[in-house]
Design a protein around this ligand. Structure first.
Ligand code: HSE
Length: 407
């Protein structure tokens, strides 16, 4: 019998307990698995598992019968302290905590190795989508040079509701919270920080070195208006919150921002809570992973699979990377931008746009919300043009600026 402790009895933690207690894994891993303790500061008198709940971490660390600790507390503290203490006590740790893996993954994996324990985190990116293990194992023969993904279920759900049903941002966010997709503080979703942590994890795993997620330029979806979604549609695009990274001369170029994707792009049809990750690798070429990126059971599925992996393989071949990855802020690719203006004199605005950009693709020139897509150029060159346009028509009249993905 393998005994497991679950720290954090929230959405994901309770899903883990339900799967383990409701399933026999004896045929799969040769022994039964049981949840021996659940750590949470809250009380759950009505839960069928109330007798397992404790608020004392020492009961877990001092129990030699507990082999695996599941950490679904989230955030850095106390999750970091409990994780390190568990590993130092020789217990393996499985987590869905992307914030902790992104911030301290290299260090924690080293502590795990020094203590013959494992630190697995399949659930930290893409919810129920297998992505960590495929990158670590199945694509091991490749050099990975680009990753691009829809990595946050909440924002993809919100954007889909806005696109398909014209639902307001606030009401779609409230639905995502009710469905258990959103973070406790949903600003991590809508401001892009959750996507940022996930692209940092995928980049570290793919390129071999930890990168500082706080330094990745990150923009969420709070400034995306229904008008932008409508114009994107008119021009043949959809707007998605994308995390993207690329290996450039030994450094990593990474960013998180809303991108306009052509309707032919493989990520453009990924809707609702679904996530997808497009990986470009030296031998396989493009590979795409798709599935439910958030929610209780999909995420718990990935956590439990990691527990089973530890029981079967004792953590052999667990993912790892080193400290010391370097970011570059220089986008190696050419970019295009979609720009929306707030104007009263369309004729003058049009003349200013042409004076600055020479040639653009207009989406709308007739209304107060004139909008166009620029030519493709290096990022600083386009920014210079946007600044020039701002000085001619007033910076405050450039109301939207969204990068357009060049296929
Ligand atoms: N809040 C996250 C999301 C949960 O919406 O994707 C899964 O990491």
């Amino acid at each position: 019998m393998k005994n497991i402790a679950v720290m954090g009895f929230g959405t994901v933690g309770s899903g883990v307990v339900e799967i383990i207690e409701g399933t026999s894994f004896k045929e799969k891993v040769g022994q039964d698995i049981s949840v021996k303790a659940i750590l949470d500061v809250r009380e759950f008198p009505d839960s069928p598992y109330s007798s397992l709940i404790t608020n004392d971490f020492n009961k877990i660390i001092e129990d030699d019968d507990i082999d695996i600790v599941v950490e679904t507390i989230g955030g850095i503290n106390p999750a970091y302290e409990f994780t390190v203490r568990s590993l130092k006590a020789g217990k393996s740790v499985v987590t869905s905590n992307k914030e902790l893996v992104a911030a301290k993954g290299a260090q924690i994996m080293q502590i795990a190795r020094e203590n013959n324990a494992s630190y697995l985190f399949e659930a930290s990116v893409g919810g129920g989508i297998p992505i960590i293990r495929p990158l670590n194992n199945c694509l091991a023969a490749n050099e990975i040079y680009e990753i691009m993904g829809i990595l946050n279920g909440t924002t993809n759900y919100i954007l889909t509701q806005m696109i398909k049903n014209g639902q307001s941002f606030e009401s779609a966010l409230s639905d995502a919270q009710k469905k258990g997709y959103a973070e406790r503080d949903p600003s991590a979703d809508i401001e892009g920080f959750d996507t940022c942590r996930k692209i940092a994890i995928l980049s570290a795993l793919s390129y071999g070195k930890q990168i500082d997620s706080d330094k990745i330029p990150t923009q969420g979806i709070t400034k995306v208006a229904l008008k932008d979604i409508e114009y994107a549609d008119k021009a043949g695009y959809v707007i998605k919150l994308i995390g993207k990274s690329k290996k450039v001369n030994g450094k990593v170029y990474a960013k998180v921002c809303p991108l306009m994707l052509s309707k032919n792009h493989p990520l453009s049809g990924v809707e609702d809570v679904f996530n997808a990750i497009l990986v470009k690798a030296s031998a396989t070429g493009e590979v795409m992973f798709y599935g439910k990126g958030a929610g209780k059971m999909p995420t718990a599925s990935a956590v439990v699979a990691d527990c089973l992996d530890i029981i079967k393989h004792n953590g052999f071949g667990a993912p790892h990377w080193q400290e010391g990855g370097e970011l570059t802020c220089c986008n190696p690719d050419k970019v295009k931008y979609y720009i929306r203006l707030n104007i009263t004199d369309n004729h003058r605005a049009e003349k200013c746009v042409i004076a600055v950009f020479d040639k653009v693709s207009w989406i709308d020139t007739d209304s107060r919300d004139a909008a166009f897509i620029t030519f493709a150029a290096k990022e600083d060159e386009i920014q210079e043009c946007i600044d020039k346009l701002g000085s001619l028509i007033g910076k405050e009249n450039i109301v939207s600026k969204i990068q357009v993905e060049i296929d």
